[in-house]
Design a protein. Structure first.
Length: 352
């Protein structure tokens, strides 16, 4: 059981071994797949059918034309057009060791590498009894401008995304999900409706998200699940309509939440892959994830890009979201004061 909490002031870190002990789980008792495929279900594995974890120690520096050639060799652009999703060829993957290192730098170097942080309160169980509720760091956002290697990584992914789309794409926002043990999943939803919260019709409309797996992703640790298809705004998929009076910017995901009876009839395919895998999907793809029931974190970075012809909104996005959050907090404080004043007035009206 967990709920989300946003806080920019501090982080909570704990070792996987300690979390495993708190969960009452022995590593030797866990059942992990002997070999995790990277793209076999999407017919995108390498020529020899062998899947290996890429161990590059630097961000790839593959030129745009070469990336385009690699994608064309594997028919990736046609696949993306037909299914709205695509796992890129292994030649383009990013080194897992490098990803883990720069993730740890964000996690443990918060004084040097600034970011916006989110937390969950997670109840850890042992012997079927709750022993502790802990506030755990679950997400980083707005960190690319403060970390040179993450900036180079997002620039590289922009090249991959641009080659896939056939037009220049620019970074709109970034988030790095840590998904610790016990971390909650996400209900079926679309990204585009919630991404439009900041700017509405005056902002970008063409979104592609590039997910880079940091840890190996399994169903046990809450991997991403997608519903493939030719998805676009014209599909008119039924989603929840938020209350017009609810201007909480962090409730924006509800704008893309898929109605439960619709989601029940959709088939979601798990993206089971090695760390370093690059997976792309457009802003109208239904997707979800489950809770992490493994003893270790499932980390992945989600980089959302928009068409360059629509403008560069990255810095404006975080400024706008900060303003919307401040306005919402002030509104809630004003409402709380109004409620308190009303209670005091009611008390004064009671005869002695």
């Amino acid at each position: 059981m967990a709920h989300k909490d946003i806080d920019d002031d501090r982080s909570v870190n704990s070792a996987d071994e300690a979390l495993s002990e708190m969960l009452g789980i022995s590593i030797s008792d866990m059942k992990f797949p002997q070999d995790i495929p990277t793209a076999g279900s999407m017919n995108n594995d390498n020529a020899d059918g062998i899947h290996t974890t890429i161990q590059r120690e630097v961000i790839p520096t593959i030129p745009y034309d070469e990336i385009k050639t690699i994608l064309d060799e594997r028919n990736c652009r046609n696949m993306y057009q037909m299914e709205s999703v695509c796992i890129l060829p292994e030649k383009l993957f990013i080194g897992q060791k490098l990803l883990m290192r720069i993730t740890d730098e964000l996690n443990y170097g918060s004084s040097k590498f600034k970011s916006d942080k989110s937390f969950e309160k997670i109840q850890y169980l042992k012997n079927s009894m709750m022993i502790q509720e802990r506030r755990v760091l679950t997400r980083f956002e707005n960190f690319v401008n403060h970390h040179p290697e993450w900036k180079r990584l997002t620039d590289y992914c922009a090249l991959c995304c641009s080659a896939l789309m056939g037009e220049e794409m620019v970074l709109f926002k970034e988030k790095l999900n840590l998904k610790p043990p016990g971390g909650s999943g996400f209900a079926p939803h679309l990204d585009s409706p919630s991404l439009s919260v900041a700017f509405g019709d005056s902002g970008p409309q063409t979104f592609v998200t590039v997910m880079v797996a940091i840890d190996d992703m399994t169903e046990q640790n809450g991997c991403l699940k997608v519903c493939k298809g030719t998805w676009s705004e014209d599909c008119h998929l039924d989603v929840l309509t938020p209350d017009e009076n609810d201007n909480d910017p962090d409730a924006g995901g509800r704008r893309g939440a898929i109605l439960s009876d619709v989601a029940h009839n959709q088939e979601y395919e798990p993206i089971i892959c090695k760390g370093g895998t690059i997976f792309c999907f457009n802003g109208w793809v239904p997707h979800r994830s489950s809770a992490n029931v493994s003893p270790f974190s499932r980390r992945a970075v989600f980089l959302t890009y928009n068409a360059a012809r629509e403008g560069n909104f990255h810095d404006l996005y975080y400024e706008r979201m900060r303003q919307l959050r401040d306005d919402y907090r002030n509104k809630m404080l004003r409402n709380a004061q109004i409620d308190q004043d009303a209670d005091l007035a009611a008390l004064k009206s009671i005869p002695n």
